[in-house]
Ligand binder design. Structure first.
Ligand code: ATP
Ligand code: HSE
Length: 318
């Protein structure tokens, strides 16, 4: 049953993986937001129409906002005609969950229009399925963070079942975002596809134990000793090892970040954006020193100190 005719929602960018939690977690950040406006219209040829304001993201069915909306209507057996406008704030293909932010905002908006039949946790399923149009297969990490805010982990990807963990208020994230293409992507391939193709298919038992140890330290440890736990985000295991080879200056930048006082340094999602986690007071030093290194390798870049977005998808008047 329709409760409103039009809603405007925003959802934040996110950092998937956060080191050891590959494909299992993401952190919402206030760097940028996708804004999605959904309006119920009387009649429209094909049911749902999606227009995008910004370059680099597709209109129509290829947009994750379309599938997120479609999946909800299909599940409920609703035959509404929707007009969806996506205003991209999250830059596409930079490793900050751009397609997930649109899917999360669209799912949240359609849910509001329908009188909130689902909780945010339940919306993760629809928004994550929509990621298949961007990445080939569904994935739930970025959308979970964009919907719920904060650090969200997937406890079961098939349902999906999610948990939200607390991170102290005096922790900041520094983003290092290249302004040119630093990861070479062959024509016809997507950046995430390339970054997944380089991953090892099998890993030794000892590596998987070391990996689990870091994943547990980061998740369970957050409740015991959060600053020590956040240091575990420095470990990306075989994923970081394989991907970092494709990111110029990575090893040098990481060394510098840790020497300058960062708790952790790693790749944001599938890259190329890199991130550091710092405690309040350390942000200027880490930002300045790491940017200086990366500038040598990347040329111009954007360095931004951002906060964790703890709210996730919400109504906006922006
Ligand atoms: N609403 C959308 N916004 C951005 N990209 C979209 C959207 N819908 C579909 N896509 C497609 O998704 C792909 C890029 O996805 P995305 O922007 O999430 O990459 P990313 O931010 O680098 O991902 P990640 O953080 O997961 O590494 C592009 O091929 C783009 O065409
Ligand atoms: N977890 C995903 C995020 C990118 O979509 C990856 O790292 O490949």
């Amino acid at each position: 049953m329709v409760q409103h005719n039009r809603v405007r929602v925003k959802a934040p960018a996110s950092i998937a993986n956060l080191g050891p939690l590959f494909d299992l977690a993401a952190l919402a950040i206030d760097y940028a937001y996708d804004v999605v406006e959904v309006e119920v219209v009387e009649e429209l040829g094909d049911g749902i129409r999606v227009d995008v304001e910004a370059a680099g993201a597709p209109s129509g069915e290829a947009n994750t906002a379309y599938t997120a909306a479609y999946k909800i209507l299909e599940y409920l057996g609703e035959t509404l005609h929707l007009r969806i406008r996506v205003v991209k704030g999250v830059p596409p293909r930079m490793g900050m969950g751009g397609s997930g932010a649109s899917a999360a905002a669209a799912a949240y908006a359609v849910n509001l229009l329908l009188g909130e039949p689902f909780t945010k946790e339940e919306l993760v399923k629809f928004a994550g399925e929509a990621e298949a149009v961007a990445a080939g297969t569904p994935h739930y990490d970025n959308v979970a963070a964009s919907l719920l805010g904060g650090l969200v982990i997937l406890l079961d990807r098939s349902r999906p079942w999610v948990a939200r963990l607390n991170i102290p208020e005096d922790v900041y994230i520094i983003l290092f975002i290249p302004k040119r293409e630093v990861v070479k992507v062959p024509p016809g391939k997507g950046k995430t596809e390339v970054m997944r193709e380089v991953l090892p298919r099998e890993i030794p038992l000892a590596t998987s134990i070391a990996w689990m140890e870091k994943a547990l330290a980061l998740t369970l440890g957050l409740q015991l000793d959060p600053y020590t736990a956040l240091k575990a985000a420095n470990y990306g295991g075989p994923v970081e090892e394989a991907r970092s080879k494709l990111i110029p200056g990575y090893a040098e930048a990481k060394r510098e970040a840790l020497e300058a006082g960062a708790l952790a340094f790693n790749i944001s999602g599938a890259g190329p954006t890199l991130f550091a986690i710092v405690r309040e007071g350390d942000e200027d030093e880490v930002a300045r020193r790491v940017a200086k290194i990366l500038e040598k390798h990347w040329g111009e870049l954007e360095t931004r100190v951002v906060n964790i977005d703890r709210e996730g998808a919400r109504i906006t008047s922006e």
